[in-house]
Design a protein around this ligand. Structure first.
Ligand SMILES: [Zn+2]
Length: 335
């Protein structure tokens, strides 16, 4: 889930509504993991990865969202299991729950979230770069030293045997791979990188970080209606006919044909964010906004014809890239 939708429930004793929307949905994340598995099959990196995490990448890909089920209750971190999230059951042994609780405790507030921001580990899943920007760059509004670009680099550093930079706390290579298996999916989801900031008339603005008025943000599309669900949800939601355990061979072939990203591995997350930002521009192309609340979203919007078809085509492209890039990153750093 993206951003602040859990605010309404923090006052209740158990945060039952956390992790309501899983980014890409579990299916999208599992598919990314499955594609990466097929690309890595038979390589030393695959063997090493499986030894470190004790599961395959498709299973690992949902862990960071499942960990959002951990929240403080009367000063103690507690994992609440939602029966709706079947994909999280694999992590709900006593040991599995203890690991999620430990991760969330260590990654809760070291980033010093402001009143309008969520816990640190939840912020690791996205950035909110204004779509007018040509590229992702540190220092822009909607970026931080603990956004998704930084999170991927922090986990990569741990796999290279170096310490994770603050505010990240990554306890071992296992945790680093679990994080990457998820974030590689998220960074390719256009709504996790590009965002619109809107003035009161619904006109798109391009704020600097210093002049950012939080009320102009749209939370990666979570605040924008799409005929009932949020625009963010619609982009996370993948085609119903996708079987994440058996990726379409044509998609796997497309992933195999994707060239490894260029340069040092620590520049890759920025390159992927740049690309997702371009996709986000397409996702907002021709969309107009008005500050009329609808279906509990503060913004309503008009969409061009064929929006759903355009979305499906971009999702296909991005899921394939995510699988390829996850395989390439692990092959490069798991030695
Ligand atoms: Zn996520």
């Amino acid at each position: 889930m993206h951003h602040k939708k859990v605010l309404a429930c923090v006052a209740s004793s158990l945060c039952l509504c956390s992790a309501q929307v899983q980014a890409w949905g579990a299916v999208g994340h599992e598919l990314v993991g499955s594609i990466a598995e097929q690309l890595l099959a038979g390589t030393p990196a695959a063997e090493k990865v499986h030894k470190i995490i004790g599961m395959d990448l498709s299973q690992a890909a949902v862990w960071a969202d499942c960990a959002k089920g951990v929240n403080p209750v009367n000063g103690e971190f507690v994992y609440y299991s939602s029966p709706r999230f079947k994909e999280c059951r694999q992590f709900e042994s006593d040991e599995g729950k203890a690991r999620m609780i430990d991760y969330v405790r260590r990654n809760w507030d070291a980033c010093q979230p402001t009143a309008s921001e969520e816990a640190c580990h939840k912020q690791y899943h996205y950035a909110d770069v204004a779509i007018q920007q040509p590229k992702y760059a540190a220092g822009l509004a909607g970026t931080s030293d603990h956004d998704i670009v930084a999170a991927i680099n922090a986990a990569t550093l741990v796999l290279e045997g170096k310490p994770a930079p603050a505010p990240f706390s990554i306890v071992d290579q296992r945790e680093a791979i679990l994080m990457l298996a998820h974030y590689l999916g998220d960074i390719h989801e256009p709504m996790h990188i590009g965002s619109v900031y809107l003035d009161n008339e619904g006109k798109e603005i391009n704020p600097s970080r210093e002049q950012l008025d939080p009320t102009t943000g749209t939370k990666g599309g979570n605040d924008i209606d799409f005929h009932g669900p949020s625009l963010h949800y619609v982009w996370d939601d993948v085609a119903k006919d996708i079987d994440p355990q058996h990726p379409d061979p044509a998609w796997v072939a497309e992933a195999k044909a994707i060239k490894p990203s260029a340069g040092n591995v620590l520049t890759w997350s920025t390159q992927w964010a740049d690309d997702s930002l371009l996709q986000a521009k397409k996702a907002f192309d021709g969309v107009s906004f008005s500050h009329v609340a609808v279906h509990s979203h503060p913004w309503s919007a008009n969409y061009p014809d064929n929006y759903v078809e355009m979305k499906a085509a971009i999702q296909h492209e991005q899921l394939v890239k995510a699988g390829a890039h996850l395989a390439q990153l692990l092959a490069a750093v798991v030695k």
